[in-house]
Structure formats: structure tokens, C-alpha cells
Ligand binder design. Sequence first.
Ligand code: SF4
Length: 324
Amino acid sequence: MNEEKKSQTAQSLIPVGISRCLLGEEVRYNGGHKLSKFCRDQLSSWFEYVDTCPEVEIGLPIPREAMRLVNTEKGIRVLEIKDPSKDYTEALTQLAEGKEASIDKLRGFIFMQNSPSCGAFRVKTYHPNGNSENTLGKGAFAQRVLELFPNLPVEEAGRLTDAALRENFVTRVFLYQEWRHLKDSNPSRDQIIKFHSNQKYLLMAKSQRHYKLAGKLLARAGNYSVPILASRYEMILMDGMKRLGGRKGNTNALQHMQGYLKKVLSSEEKADLTNLIESYRLGEVPLIAPLTLLRHYSRKASGYYQSQRILEPHPKELGLYNSI
Ligand code: SF4
């Protein structure tokens, strides 16, 4: 990482959990690592990693016998391949529970894919006789983290090679950081409503359903205590943000933003914007193209428009709008 940039951003690095082998540490069962250059070289300019190797932290050596997820009568278990009587499920689950307070301070978590401990999404499972099964599972440690923190932005390093998933995850981390900062400061209902007003077009782009749900909830904000309002809002916001709205969702949000500007743009400017949004919809240009023009026009618009997170949800340097 660029040391100059690191010192500039040291105050604002976001705490993000990560599987230790992704940072190049040789902690895997075979003594190797699974370095993710994207995590180490690019995201680390913005994220302060809190690394963990669950298998080492439950006391296993390096190297060690390999383990896998096995579909047993007791459910999916993490068993050693060589000696399946060695079951590490409880130890890995309890490790996650013991870290609950420290994980609560994180604003995202990047897990190693396909691991019986760390895999967060589609980990291969096996029949006790050794045959692979169609069922997919989650690593025991990651699964407990996901259960304890359903709103925490989580991704696997392997999936971060996909431009849309990468952009979505980084957006969620920055959003969650700002939301938690507000939530932890005992906000008023008005502050929560103001926070949401800045996220409107972003949430609209990801999920119309969640956009409407959040609107309905906040329209009745006075019916709830602030902690309940904050908790329900967080659930809707972070669940909605997991969705990939794709070109369709983004085009819809861009068109709404264009509508907001209609009184301040000339006919020529409107036509340019319409053409660019259409080119984006057709896949001819990336999202950065219409958004750059919308950002340019934001000087003519109100503060409400200018503070919309969708205009810049993550640092420009990461170039995440250039490839979606
Ligand atoms: S995948 Fe998880 S448990 Fe396995 S080596 Fe990496 S950090 Fe350790």
C-alpha cells in the first residue's frame, strides 16, 4: 500500500474482518496462503484489516490435516478427512460467539471461499462415505458470524473478482460505516430520516421493494421508539443493499435523478443526459459515464440532490463505477 496515502487516511480507515490466509499469511492446512492482491494492495488503502484464522485460533497446528463439510445425521459438520471422528464444528462456532463484541466493531468481513471454516456462501459438502453431495453449506465460523450479524456486509475474496459484486460490497462497507456511526451516537428520528434521504437513489437502484419499505417505515417514524426505528431501518437498508440492481435498477435511479433536475437543465443538457442514460442501459458505456454528467449538473441542483450517496458511494480511486 502507498504509505503516503495510508498516513493521509489513517484517521478514517474502516475496520474490516478478513480471513488471515488472504493477506498472504501461511496459515492454511498445507502451510500455504491464499493471498488476495486486490484486498492487500487496493482495499487496504481504505480498510484496516482485523484478520483471523479460525482453525489456528481453535488450537490446530500449521500444517494440519484437511477438513471438510460432511452432511451427517446431526446436520452439516466440519470433520477431519483422515479421521472423521474429529469434529470441529462446535469449536469454530464457539470461536465466532467469543468474538461477538469485536466483530460488532467491524464494518465488513471478507472471507476465504470454499473453506469449511471460512466459506460464507457455497461451500461443497460431502456424504459420510466421501462422495460429494449437491447440497451447499457454509463454513462453521462464517455461518455463525452471518447469524449473529445479518446486516454486516460480507463477501468472499473469490467473488470480489466480479466487478458488480466488488462494487456492491465496497458500497455496503462505506454505507454501513456511516450508518453505524450515526446509530451508535443515539440519533433522533429526524437524523435517521435525514440519513435516509441521502441514500434514496442508491437504495432505489438496488431494490425498489426495499426503497418502498424504508419509505413506509420512516413515514411512520413517530410510532416507534428510536432504537426500534433504527433497528428496523438498518435491517431494510442493509438487506436491500445486498441486491444487485444491475443496469435495470441503475437506469431507473438515473432516470429519477434526471427528473429531479428537469427544471434546472436546458433542453440540450436534458437531451445529452437522456442519450447517455440510454447508452448505459444498452451496455454501451459504464455507469461512471452518466454519473459523471449527473455529478457535473449537481452544481445546479439543491443540497438534497448533491448529497445523494449514489453520486459517490466509494473513493473515486478504486474506479468501481468504471466496470459496471
Ligand atoms: S480459510 Fe480460514 S481457517 Fe482456512 S487458513 Fe484461511 S483463515 Fe485459516
